[in-house]
Ligand binder design. Sequence first.
Ligand SMILES: O=C(O)[C@H](O)[C@H](O)COP(=O)(O)O
Ligand SMILES: [Mg+2]
Length: 311
Amino acid sequence: MTPASLDTTTTTMAARLSTREHYADLLDKYDTWLFDCDGVLWQGDKLIEGATEVLQLLRHHKKSVLFVTNNATKSRKNYKKKFDSLGVEAHVDEIFGSAFASAVYISSVMKMPKDKKVYVIGMAGLEEELREEGIQYIGGTDPEDNTLGSFSLADWTPDPAVGAVLCGLDTSINYTKLSKAFNYILRNDGCAFLVTNEDSTYPTAEGLLPGAGSVSAPLRYALGRDPIAIGKPKGTMLDCIRAKHDFDPKRTIMVGDRLNTDIEFGKAGGLSTLLVLTGITKESEITGPNASPTVPDYVTNSIGDLRALLS
Ligand SMILES: O=C(O)[C@H](O)[C@H](O)COP(=O)(O)O
Ligand SMILES: [Mg+2]
């Protein structure tokens, strides 16, 4: 029985979870739990308190646990190593990142010809997922592009095989990379402008950093056009999940920390949504006169709150 406070069918307000009964009701209602990572399970490399116990509890109750991250710096295999290093049970086929989704998009949605290449702004994990998908790429971690030197068009010979630019979070961003990506797109109308995700900021344990969306923003501004974004809230990642896992959207909940990616992703996918306040979104964005029009079904302070079920 759903307590009146959790009956989200008739309200436009999120149900604020706080009691053991609230969490027990969630456990009863949902079989598949999709977890965002940054700001939900961890902040940088610091686990959110209670996250491990709650994931164990869900698995104990035979719930399906999947991880859905916009962070394109790591491949699924890299993420498995991160989960292992943090002592959190996770299996590679439960992990979905925007690096993987971008590789799938290029190969299976765009169907980019195999003789074409991607110019990458991004890190090793993104390159790994492109390789695994059989996609040729240049740029990325190539030392020639990872320079603080000035960039001269006169000294540059573009690769005619580049058919797409893909930009993700790159903590070594520089003028050379932006200049090459800009010119590949500017000079060739057929060159796709893709971004792994558009998160404006990236939450770490010590505070916020510019996110992937802020890395690709100079390209958007210089080109005067928007890219095709692949990560949350777009449905590509849910398509990738559907291709590997059966789930009933009505009994599936997306747990996230950002309204314009995680919660919109869940709502667009017909899932229920639980917002946690350990990442990007703050209480003031979901209450009061300036509240966002994106309303999660449920809100709780932290995923660790579900430890109430252990008592
Ligand atoms: O800047 C970024 O790419 C994002 O802040 C970060 O990767 C978000 O990851 P998520 O919260 O989807 O795990
Ligand atoms: Mg997040």
